[in-house]
Design a protein around this ligand. Structure first.
Ligand code: FAD
Length: 283
């Protein structure tokens, strides 16, 4: 079933994001996580795609495994930086053959090497347009409640997001954020710009103190000073408890304010996501 279809019938949708593990030992962890999250009655899950297509085969294999063994829908992330049309066609053919109809179309982070191949696509919008030509896939795109770090301002960022929707995207999944006000302002900006597709909120609980700096640098997501203060000097166990309670409150507030869906960045572990879902009143 297409994710657009799911989003039109279930509010809020619940979804999980995984990434393809690098080693066999960690693969076992992901198998266990997928198995353990089965009982949570999610609507769909997605698997990330390594920069420049480095995990293309593994991403596909995990998507196929989930499709064959789980009761929920799946979605493959595809990044287009450095990709040519022939390589992309190969991936889309495989997805079609396997009956996988959902794709998250992304640009990917720009390579640091100046001699990296340019490829046939510059922005995610080029990828959306190309995939949409097949008329076979339901396409989602990324959105940034705190704006994409490369955009000079919100106005430009929302204009580019609208372009992705106009080219064929049916839903948006956001970057993780910790202050719901950013999400509400972003949603309002989207509405004003005429973006009418569902916006799913990206949720990731902080479960250890070292994540704080990583999230701020890697995702440009601001963490409220009050939350950092609460976690300072606490044991690992207490930090995880505070982080999970914070995420629960965040999800409850989002749902009370009509969010289309909650997308959990699981980091391939089930414990935190399960604890959050167990505490949510609306489920
Ligand atoms: P774009 O939409 O192309 O935007 C990138 C920048 O260019 C923005 O500043 C935008 O405003 C601007 N822009 C867009 N179109 C145009 C245009 N036509 N003209 C001028 N400027 C334009 N990364 C991975 O490597 N693998 C993953 O699996 C992955 N999954 C993700 C999932 C989610 C939900 C999110 C939020 C991010 C994910 N990322 C992933 C990270 C993503 O690849 C990076 O954030 C990347 O820097 C931007 O990708 P994008 O698709 O948002 O790019």
């Amino acid at each position: 079933m297409s994710i657009a279809n799911i989003l039109s019938t279930r509010k809020p949708s619940i979804s999980f994001e995984f990434f393809p593990p690098k080693t066999l030992t960690i693969e076992k962890v992901l198998f266990d996580t997928i198995d353990s999250l089965q009982e949570e009655h999610a609507d769909f899950s997605s698997v990330t795609f390594g920069a420049g297509g480095s995990t293309a085969d593994k991403t596909f294999d995990w998507i196929k495994y989930i499709k064959d063994t789980c009761s929920y829908e799946t979605m493959m992330h595809i990044t287009c930086v450095g990709f040519n049309k022939a390589t992309l066609d190969g991936i889309l053919d495989k997805l079609e053959e396997a009956g996988i109809e959902n794709v998250l179309a992304l640009r990917g982070d720009l390579p640091k090497e100046s001699n990296a191949p340019a490829g046939d696509f510059k922005y995610a919008s080029d990828l959306v347009e190309y995939i949409a030509l097949r008329n076979k896939f339901c396409i989602g795109v990324a959105g940034y409640p705190e704006k994409h770090p490369e955009s000079k301002d919100f106005e430009e960022d929302i204009k580019m997001l609208k372009n992705k929707v106009d080219k064929g995207a049916s839903f948006i999944i956001t970057q993780l954020f910790f202050n719901n006000e950013y999400f509400y302002e972003f949603r309002e900006r989207c509405e004003k710009a005429g973006i009418n597709v569902p916006i799913v909120a990206g949720i990731m609980p902080i479960i250890n103190y070292s994540q704080i700096e990583r999230f701020q640098v890697m995702c440009s997501s601001h963490i409220p000073a009050e939350l950092i203060k609460q976690m300072e000097g606490k044991s690992e166990e207490d930090v995880a408890k505070i982080g999970i309670d914070y995420a629960v409150a965040q999800c409850e507030d989002l749902v009370a304010n009509g969010v289309a869906g909650l997308h959990f960045y699981t980091l391939n572990r089930s414990t935190a996501t399960k604890k959050i879902l167990d505490k949510l009143h609306f489920l």
